[in-house]
Design a protein around this ligand. Structure first.
Ligand code: GDP
Ligand code: GDP
Length: 500
């Protein structure tokens, strides 16, 4: 506390001022009431004082400048009310828009706000024209503000506004909420490359050219949050043995501890420097003995575990598969379907492979290694490429392979594709479509696509025209996405929305 109230030492102060003078500048623009001040306040945390006031008549028009922080990014942000007079008194417009224009030309980036609740308005289009005319060199980023709850909005209004905003022609809009803070991560992703480019340009052109660009903090909370892994399967397939093998090899951070629910137990360990939380699905830690039969896979336990997990490792008994026709029991197949339906990623572990080692078992082994992939493909035709790992928990063989596949799945499951990237891809891929849905003469036409969430990757494809895309079109998109972005083996969701 004391340190904060003290004036910084002169040298520190001077160097920080020099640094601040070299920061890239972003101006927030937009018609009245879109939330410019709200965003300015959020970014600056209201620390900065007004820089100058321009009284015009009875109204005070401010151009505020502040130091913004967004995750690890630092930049100058300007908020101007100058544009507010766009449709009002022309004489005021001339003066205040002039001030805004002067300020804008000194900026590298314009952050153009549109009101998601109101949708695209004619005044927004005017602002767009003004931006192009006034400062063609300034990069424009469009954000759809007041978009809190956009991904749960059953009315689809916000999504429709997102589609409309695309028509401004400044690339893909980023949904945000200045008030709630939603979408700040996406805004960070959008601004970061532009700010880095701007910063490099400023440093190149500065006479000193000595200031190093600041490394942005790595705010990827994915690395800090443990991945939740559930080990599921029928009794006696070797879940406990497998968990023990995993825990014995790795640094155990916490032992079995009661979870949120009475019958859920979790245990945290570190694998390759990454935190993993094991979620108990069927009481493997308590060694709950469940008899074979209809209750074999304690469905309730398993389901609760699956709901808590990011990745589910479904353990099968390799020896049993070798001795029976079918590789999966009814309950196991049902669980596999449930996992994918819940949007979790699945890794299949075929255990007890030690019992099938040796020359004399080569044929049985071969059968198992063929039967499991075939059956998984049959059970989950919509997700190709589910990883299947053959291990022996007893001999502690295969833990590394399991964890490698689990982490790979987790990364895919967390994938985020930028809207710009997706739409470049979409244009290419639609020309590959046998029916060429982007072409003329069809009912629904694909306009653009955006990823609305990760974990699992969820996309919205916007269509215009009559009708909807057919299932075959959506399947085509899903399989092309998997192929082109390496998203095989994990569930994907593609929703469609009409742009009207
Ligand atoms: P400006 O005229 O563009 O500076 O807009 P303001 O920042 O003054 O905001 C205009 C109105 O929109 C105020 O009533 C804010 O509370 C509201 N507002 C701003 N941001 C958000 C947001 O993210 N969500 C919602 N729902 N309202 C917002
Ligand atoms: P769970 O009920 O799924 O937790 O299964 P357990 O881990 O308790 O294992 C059931 C039985 O299978 C025990 O007798 C284990 O020793 C045995 N088992 C577990 N994994 C293996 C393995 O990889 N190979 C062999 N041969 N036996 C195993």
């Amino acid at each position: 506390l004391e340190a904060e109230t003290q004036m910084p030492a002169p040298s520190t102060r001077a160097s920080r001022d020099a640094e601040d003078a070299m920061l890239p500048k972003i101006m927030i623009v937009g018609r009245p009431n879109v939330g410019k001040s709200a965003l300015f306040n959020r970014l600056t945390r209201r620390r900065e004082a007004l820089v100058y006031n321009t009284p015009d008549g009875h109204v005070t028009r401010d151009v505020r400048e502040g130091i913004a922080k967004l995750a690890g990014l630092r930049f100058k942000v300007l908020d101007t009310a100058g544009l507010e007079t766009f449709t009002e008194d022309e004489s005021i417009l001339a003066r205040t828009a002039g001030i805004s224009a002067t300020a804008l030309r000194k900026c590298q980036i314009a952050l153009f706000l549109v009101d998601g609740r109101a949708g695209l308005q004619p005044q927004d289009t005017d602002v767009g024209k003004w931006l192009r005319k006034t400062a063609p060199h300034v990069k424009v980023v469009v954000a759809l503000n007041k978009a809190e709850g956009i991904y749960n909005d059953s009315t689809g209004r916000l999504m429709a506004a997102l589609g409309e905003t695309h028509q401004l022609g400044f690339g893909d809009p980023t949904p945000i909420s200045a008030e709630s803070g939603e979408g700040m991560g996406d805004l960070y992703d959008t601004l970061r490359p532009l700010l880095e480019e701007a910063q490099a340009e400023i440093l190149k052109n500065s006479p000193e050219g000595v200031l190093e660009p600041k490394e942005a903090d790595d705010d990827s909370h994915l690395n800090r949050m443990p991945m939740q892994l559930a080990i599921a399967g029928r009794p006696n397939v070797g879940k406990s043995t497998l968990v023990n093998a995993l825990l014995r090899e790795e640094r155990v951070l916490t032992g079995p501890e009661p979870g949120l629910t009475r019958d859920s137990v979790s245990s945290q360990f570190e694998y390759d420097g990454r935190k993993v939380r094991l979620v108990d699905t069927a009481g493997w830690m308590q060694r709950v003995q469940v008899k074979e039969g209809p209750a074999a896979l304690s469905a309730m336990h398993a389901r609760r575990g699956v709901m808590n997990a990011h990745i589910v490792a479904l353990v099968l008994d390799g020896e049993e598969i070798a001795n029976t026709r079918s590789s999966m029991r009814h309950a196991e197949a049902a669980l596999a379907r449930w996992v994918v339906q819940e949007g979790r990623a699945l890794v299949v572990v075929v255990n007890k492979m030690d019992l099938l080692s040796g020359k004399e078992n080569a044929k049985l082994r071969g059968n198992v290694m063929k039967a499991v992939p075939a059956e998984i493909q049959e059970i989950l035709p919509q997700v190709s490429g589910v990883p299947i790992v053959f291990v022996s928990a007893l001999e502690k063989k295969g833990s590394a392979a399991i964890m490698r596949n689990v982490f790979q799945c987790y990364e895919k499951w967390c994938t985020r594709l930028s809207t710009a990237q997706l739409n470049r891809w979409l244009r290419k891929v639609m020309s590959r479509h046998p029916k060429n849905t982007s072409g003329q003469g069809h009912g629904a036409k694909v306009k653009f696509m955006t990823q609305v969430k990760a974990r699992p990757p969820t996309f919205v494809v916007f269509v215009s025209g009559v009708g909807e895309l057919e299932d075959t079109d959506l399947r085509f998109l899903a399989s092309a996405l998997r192929e082109d972005f390496g998203l095989d083996g994990i569930p994907l969701r593609i929703l469609q929305r009409s742009t009207k």
